[in-house]
Design a binder for this molecule. Structure first.
Ligand code: TYD
Ligand code: MG
Length: 462
């Protein structure tokens, strides 16, 4: 008889213990342990082991990596130039953001390039997916679709079909008979993903797992899922906006923090050719509390607009609200402005927003945030056609940023002709196509010239 082992697994971090506990010793969650039966699989029992001995690196041969390219540039770039054969990628996003649409479109492109694809849907019916494919004009392409939730059957069918690319939509809806519990619980996700992962690596299929996101914004299921896969991609967007962002957080075969931009319309997802135009509203108009910066996202520069509203507070504690970057960054910039520029925000609410709903981690937007805050505080517009690029240090210095040439080039392309930038970056710039460069050493140099209403250059103009 097969001996069944019972363990308790934490629902939030997948910590395993033989005894139930009220609080997880690993992540501190309360009441998160779930009883799970683990049955040893048939192969594990009594199967003779094949040994694997170490090899020298010099023994290997240099085979070129032939990636599977979909032709959808925004998708291929995020993966590092196409799908790496035998790689396992996790695509996570909120429900309804367009994960199934994206993967169906990508599958269609692979099929057009004579690649064998198997689309496994564990969530939607054949009819639903057919309806979507019809909308995407993919109905006439030979794209096999398997509607199945049981892992053992999925693995059997994949082996029968022997495809180049397998899509599992979604990993949370698949369940294995070897593990107890409903689909989507930690032990089910762990078992299903690890078996799919192992088989994909053995057979060389490229595997895409669709993952759901929890209320807190992280991928549902054990953290081990993210550690195991080769590529972790988030598909994000705001339901109020049409555009969708594909962002790589981990990539063993390419760069991380790469962005892919799409617009969702009636015929599915369309690539965005010129992202900068999407995120800035006007280049000509002068407005109070709005400044333009050029952020570097992955391998390309994108112009974005920082909007600030500084208004007298009506409550005891002034409000600090941020959308589009880390809240702590705002606290830091306000503290720097108070300490080094003599400003006081104690009686002001400060609201900051990156226009268009984009989320940015690039420190190069600091200068733009400070400029927008100051503009709103003193109620004076910033210069027209100006971009602000630079990181601000704790001591008030404006610190250099990477890829300044390319940032300026992008700004010039969109009609900007004034650049406020760190002085240290100045000597590194090779080609300047801007009318005015304002090199800035410290944040107070930028703010104080505005306080005295001088419209002269901060420093030497090239
Ligand atoms: P879907 O791919 O089902 O999202 P997910 O798999 O992430 O849950 O996409 C759902 C949304 O996309 C839905 O609200 C309808 C919309 N949509 C379009 O706007 N245009 C289209 O061509 C398609 C196929 C979907
Ligand atoms: Mg879906």
């Amino acid at each position: 008889m097969v001996k069944v082992k019972t363990v308790y697994i934490c629902n939030s971090c997948a910590y395993e213990t033989p005894k139930w506990a009220g609080k997880c010793p690993e992540c501190g969650s309360w009441n998160s342990f779930e009883e799970t039966e683990i049955r040893p699989s048939q192969q594990q029992k009594g199967a003779s082991r094949e040994h694997n001995s170490p090899r020298l690196l010099s023994e290997g041969t240099d085979t070129p990596d032939i990636r599977i390219v979909s032709g959808i540039n925004e998708f291929d770039r995020v993966l590092g130039g196409g799908v790496f054969p035998g790689s396992v990628s996790l695509i996570a996003g909120d429900p309804g953001i367009g994960k199934s649409t994206l993967l169906l479109q990508v599958s269609g492109e692979f099929v057009k390039k004579n690649k064998k694809v198997l689309y496994v849907s564990a969530e939607e019916s054949f009819r639903q997916i057919r309806g979507r494919a019809k909308r995407l004009e993919l109905i006439d392409f030979p794209l096999p679709l398997l509607v199945e939730t049981e892992l053992e059957e999925i693995l059997f069918q994949i082996e029968q079909q022997d495809p180049d690319v397998v899509i599992i939509d979604s990993i949370q809806a698949v369940f294995s008979q070897n593990v107890s519990g409903a689909p989507g619980n930690v032990s089910q996700i762990r078992e299903c993903s690890s078996r799919l992962f192992r088989t994909a690596k053995e057979k060389g299929w490229s595997l895409f797992l669709v993952g759901h996101i929890t209320k807190e914004g992280s991928i549902a299921g054990p953290k081990i899922l993210e550690h195991m896969v080769d590529v972790v991609i988030y598909f994000e967007g705001d339901s109020l906006y049409q555009y969708r962002i594909l962002r790589s957080l981990k990539n063993r075969y390419g760069p991380t923090h790469e962005l892919g931009l799409f617009l969702m319309d009636q015929e599915g997802l369309k690539e965005v050719q010129n992202p900068s135009q999407l995120f800035i509203s006007h280049t000509e108009e002068i407005r109070t509390g709005a400044s333009i910066t050029c952020s570097f996202e992955g391998s390309r520069p994108i112009l974005v607009e920082v909007q600030a509203l500084v208004s007298r507070t009506n409550y005891g504690i002034p409000q600090r609200t941020v959308s589009g970057f880390d809240q702590k960054k705002l606290a830091l910039i306000l503290a720097i402005l108070e300490k080094h520029c003599g400003l006081n925000f104690s009686f002001y609410d400060v609201f900051i927003k990156i226009a268009g709903g984009l989320r940015i981690d690039d420190p190069g937007i600091d200068l733009s945030i400070a400029a927008a805050i100051h503009s709103s505080l003193v109620n004076q517009p910033l210069e027209a056609k100006a971009v602000f690029i630079g990181e601000i240090g704790l001591n008030g210095d404006v610190r250099p940023v990477s890829q300044m040439d390319r940032r300026i080039e992008e700004a010039v392309k969109l009609g900007f002709n004034r650049v406020f930038m760190p002085e240290i970056n100045l000597h590194k710039i090779k080609k300047i196509g801007v009318d005015q460069i304002h090199s800035i050493k410290t944040i107070s140099a930028l703010i104080n010239q505005k306080n005295s209403h001088q419209r002269t250059r901060v420093s030497e103009t090239l």
